[in-house]
Design a protein around this ligand. Sequence first.
Ligand code: ADP
Ligand code: TRP
Length: 325
Amino acid sequence: MKKRVLSGIRATGRLHLGNYLGAVKGMIKLQNDPLYECFYMVADAHTITTPFNPNELKQNRIEIIVDYLAAGLDPQKVTLFFQSQVPQHFELAYYFSSVVSIARMQHLPTYKEKVKQYPNANTMALLNYPVLMASDILLYKADFVPVGIDQEPHLEVAREIARKMNQIYKTSFPEPQRFATQGEYIPSLKGEGKMSKSVEGSYINLTDSLDEIRKKIRSIPTSTDVGGPIIGGIKTLFILSEIFLPKDLYQEFKNKYRDKTLKYVELKDALAQAIYDELKPFQEKRSQIASDLAYIEKVISNGAYKASEVANITLKEVKEKMGLF
Ligand code: ADP
Ligand code: TRP
């Protein structure tokens, strides 16, 4: 039997390079391996766990599907869907919430960060975020979850829920593992923290032009003393260079850094060009796909149908074992 894969991205805006390298690239890799059956959703219901605008949410969730398609996800090979159109996710999350303590949720670093960011929106939906995410994954009995390293605490919760459900109700959930990529942690362009859409100036959008990318890469802070420890902005530069530049060119820049002969602008402009070269086909495909709304709608409705079929089987098993069927 094929191994299952599930992943999702919240509909909070356009994708950036961190999302692409940490999550989408892993999704594409698994889609192209015939050993896996992949379900990739837009976590539109997870979007309401922080302040949001309904009109923007409606548009953004389509934009993420367009991003998925433009990045190379193929609806012939994988199931693409909106989480909210498969309400079994919410039903299973409710059953799961009976095996999770409030304290466990309150202590998660991801929860604490969001409460700090939005002190007036400390809601039940936010507290319940990891339970719904566990439901997203376990509803499909997924073995692998392609996401960035920041999602590891949520995966740990999903594994705990799987173990508890199996122990108490004799269900057969796998313990899902993160599928990591080389870009599992892309640092911020500001040289501190991770690239994130909630930090202005930290990210490159997948739709940025060569000029925009060049400007952003040139703005990465680099100290004047070439040859010192690789930290801050210099670390960001080298991490991105290792991913995007050909191996020999990357090594050449690194040697120059050690020899103290490196001119940052040369490295920065080579990197900007390499990033743009990788994004260009995505950008061209994106504008083509975005103009075909009928196709996008078909992909989404087919996806919801296929996801529901699998979801119903798991939900039936859980309800039977919990005495609810
Ligand atoms: P953001 O932090 O920008 O709001 P999300 O939380 O929406 O991004 O993350 C969507 C997906 O992209 C997740 O799988 C997450 O792990 C991944 N991701 C986000 N930022 C990065 C990053 N800087 N490096 C690697 N992966 C990332
Ligand atoms: N928490 C993920 C993020 O912030 C989004 C998400 C929701 C997800 N449900 C998921 C990711 C299930 C993987 C699997 O990006």
